[in-house]
Design a protein around this ligand. Structure first.
Ligand code: SF4
Length: 222
């Protein structure tokens, strides 16, 4: 049983950087504006953040665009509150749901939180790590640990594996995965408050067509 307090691990890294006066660069994979709201509010004080919108798992193109537009609106709102030097950037990867569907082949009926989701985390964090390395970021992580429906241990494991892969391929790399459990310390509750405050669109399913199907089925039988 993995009992690591990932929230504490984030704090330790922040404390170390504060002691040395560093404000490192961070590529933050984000799935949607509601999940980003608290993560950005928390992290923007300690990192120079670029949001990485890479979500081929959102297989419905209209839904993908809607979530992306909300992400951009939130970032613009946050940027309007601070000096330009503290602005959050956004980087979008090409939209390729085919890569997700190829990965999910044979796992369509896996339950949420099961094998398909582990592969989905690995796909998104792998791409984030690779992009962070290529673009010279110091840290990378994801907003996904804010979800009470997702295992922080599994997500952090996927992040660590992605970091190891980059280090194996590029031994000179100093890229680091930032461990997290953003739902802790009232993070999830704060994301709900911020979503209301900024009128953010909050979807009722994770992202892929299989999770949407599961939500619809649940609604039909309840
Ligand atoms: S349910 Fe969510 S995490 Fe799991 S495969 Fe679908 S989009 Fe990815």
């Amino acid at each position: 049983m993995n009992n690591i307090n990932y929230s504490r691990e984030t704090e330790k890294i922040i404390d170390r950087n504060r002691e040395t006066g560093e404000v490192p660069t961070l590529l933050l994979h984000a799935c949607c504006a509601p999940c980003s709201s608290y993560c950005l509010e928390y992290l923007r004080e300690y990192f120079m953040i670029t949001v990485f919108y890479y979500n081929p798992n959102i297989t419905d193109a209209a839904e993908y665009e809607k979530r992306k537009a909300e992400e951009k609106r939130l970032i613009a709102e946050y940027n309007s509150q601070v000096d330009e030097g503290k602005h959050i950037d956004i980087m979008e990867a090409p939209y390729d749901p085919e890569s997700f569907l190829a990965m999910a082949k044979g796992l369509e009926d896996a339950p949420e939180g099961g094998e398909r989701c582990m592969a989905c985390y690995a796909l998104r964090l792998g791409k984030t790590a690779e992009t962070a390395y290529k673009c010279g970021f110091e840290y990378f992580t994801t907003t996904l640990t804010i979800s009470p429906l997702k295992s922080a241990a599994k997500l952090n494991e996927a992040g660590e594996t992605a970091e190891e892969h980059v280090l194996t391929e590029h031994p000179e790399s100093h890229l680091k995965f930032l461990p997290s459990d953003f739902k802790k310390k009232g993070g999830f509750q704060r994301s709900i408050e911020l979503s209301h405050k900024y009128g953010l669109y909050r979807q009722n399913y994770c992202g892929c067509e299989f999770s949407k199907r599961g939500t619809e089925l649940h609604a039909e039988i309840t």
